[in-house]
Design a protein around this ligand. Structure first.
Ligand SMILES: [Zn+2]
Length: 279
């Protein structure tokens, strides 16, 4: 703290993420406080560091034991890569410029698209102008304030579990929500790494296609779990008519090396193997 009762943020700003610094800055400190500053471990009642308290927090975050958020992500019925993305986003491990800055991979934490000071995952998925107008078009007016006011994790949790609370059409909202945040992240990457790529399809209709894909794959998974034996039976070698031989072939190519190979097996209607060849 300096003489005016303000935080000397420059002393620790390199150690903490921007969002935490903002939270610290909102805490008003009294210049008349009788005590000197001292470090305090907030996870024990006496303020002293204990390994077991840090361990339990770490394990809880890692294995999803302490917060219902992690269970909600595990239970997400959408495409696996989207579920993984949501998990990483909530752990703060998606490589936004804020995270890259923290890992010393860049010195520039700005959003390269709109110039916002710090490109956080929340900025990309919720507050970046394209994302903002997308959500505004979907969320009911009376819930719009709450939708944008929740913390990032609360926002993810609410949308994965409270289907339809925020939006005008809540049918399988969690699937559409997951698809949309996944697309927002992908399009951000394409703007940076493939600036010439054009998208003719709006994010919303692309998101609805992914939502449909999730729905179809869920139905398919349910069906295939009911009749696994039938699915296995249909993939097998079938003998040719009596007196005939059957040739089965396969091939592979390794494009960058220019190498290719193919082979085949000829079998009679008795299943014997009169000839095997490869090139
Ligand atoms: Zn931006």
């Amino acid at each position: 703290m300096d003489g005016d009762g303000q935080w000397r943020c420059h002393r620790f700003e390199s150690l903490l993420p921007y969002a935490i610094l903002l939270r610290i800055a909102t805490v008003k400190i009294s210049s008349n406080a009788p005590m000197q500053d001292f470090p305090r471990w907030n996870l024990t009642s006496h303020g002293q560091f204990r390994v077991h308290s840090a361990y339990s927090v770490r394990m809880g975050v890692q294995f999803g034991l302490t917060e219902p958020l992690w269970k909600a992500i595990v239970d997400f019925k959408g495409i696996l890569r989207i579920r993984t993305f949501i998990w990483l986003a909530c752990l703060g491990k998606v490589l936004t410029n804020e995270v890259r800055c923290r890992r010393r991979m860049t010195l520039d934490s700005r959003c390269h698209t709109c110039g916002f000071e710090v490109e956080t995952i929340d900025h990309i998925l919720r507050r970046y102008p394209v994302a903002y107008s997308l959500w505004c078009s979907l969320v009911c007016l009376e819930h719009l304030g709450q939708f944008f006011h929740l913390s990032f994790k609360e926002w993810i949790f609410a949308n994965l579990t409270n289907s339809g609370f925020f939006v005008k059409d809540g049918t399988e909202w969690e699937l559409l929500f997951g698809s949309l945040i996944w697309l927002l992240w992908n399009r951000r990457n394409e703007r940076i790494f493939e600036p010439d790529k054009m998208h003719w399809e709006p994010i919303l209709s692309h998101g609805k296609r992914l939502q449909q894909e999730c729905r179809s794959s869920t139905i398919l998974a349910r069906q295939s779990s009911v009749v696994p034996a039938l699915a296995r039976d249909s993939i097998r070698w079938e003998k040719p008519p009596e007196g005939w031989c059957k040739l089965n072939t396969d091939g592979a190519v390794k494009g960058e090396l220019g190498m290719a190979s193919c082979g085949g097996v000829i079998r009679s209607d008795q299943g014997t193997e009169p000839a095997i060849g490869s090139q």
